[in-house]
Design a protein around this ligand. Structure first.
Ligand SMILES: Cc1cc2nc3c(=O)[nH]c(=O)nc-3n(C[C@H](O)[C@H](O)[C@H](O)COP(=O)(O)O)c2cc1C
Length: 187
């Protein structure tokens, strides 16, 4: 089994999942890693793209959520799948988002990503979890609450910010590992 793991991560949350994906694949004791690295590096490997994605039995692409969609680097990589002669065996998406505990939100993010995918490429499965955000986000909502103490949205966002601080955490890593093992077929 040949696999490729491409990720985009601005503050390290998604890279943690990517590292774990690599560990899970390596633990199977078989398989060949065609490429492991960030989306920008994968794009720079332009001529070899066929090598790193097209030949993969399993292509894992990780993203961080930006404006309810995958971030620009991850999207740019995903769009290139349409330029290939053949598509990877299985496309697995994994991502982190500031907003958590809401599967319907995750479904919407994946729906937005699906719109940029070439027709022939369907994600076989996806995994998302919450990811901690920068403290500037908290400061912004605190300022909103100070300006209007009755601002319910700001209060909820502050609550969500604190909830996100522990993610991705052990529970997310365990869930992601089990998710991948099912796909790889080791469990
Ligand atoms: C510019 C910017 C935009 C963001 N937009 C969203 C968003 O629309 N929805 C969301 O759930 N999280 C959003 N986030 C939060 C990140 O997706 C989240 O913290 C993620 O885990 C970051 O992953 P990384 O550490 O791999 O970069 C945004 C973060 C930044 C910096």
């Amino acid at each position: 089994m040949k696999y490729t793991i491409v990720y985009s991560s601005r503050t390290g949350n998604t890279k943690m999942l990517a590292d774990q994906a690599l560990a899970v694949f390596r633990n199977t004791g078989e398989g060949e890693c065609l490429f492991y690295g960030d989306a920008a590096a994968a794009l720079q490997e332009g001529q070899k793209r066929g090598e790193i994605a097209e030949r993969a039995d399993i292509l894992c692409v990780g993203f961080w959520t930006d404006k309810g969609n995958a971030d620009a680097d991850a999207l740019a990589f995903l769009k290139t799948l349409g330029e290939m002669v053949s598509v990877p065996g299985k496309l697995i998406l994994f991502g982190t988002a500031g907003f958590g505990s809401d599967q319907s939100y995750y479904d919407r993010v994946i729906g937005n990503i699906a719109q940029v995918l070439p027709k022939a490429v369907n994600p076989a499965a996806y995994f998302m979890c919450q990811g901690r955000m920068a403290s500037t986000v908290l400061e912004r909502y605190q300022a909103m609450l100070e300006a209007d103490p009755g601002d319910g949205r700001a209060s909820r966002m502050i609550e969500n910010y604190h909830a996100a601080l522990s993610h991705p955490g052990q529970e997310d890593f365990t869930a992601f590992k089990q998710f991948l093992e099912k796909i790889i077929g080791t469990k």
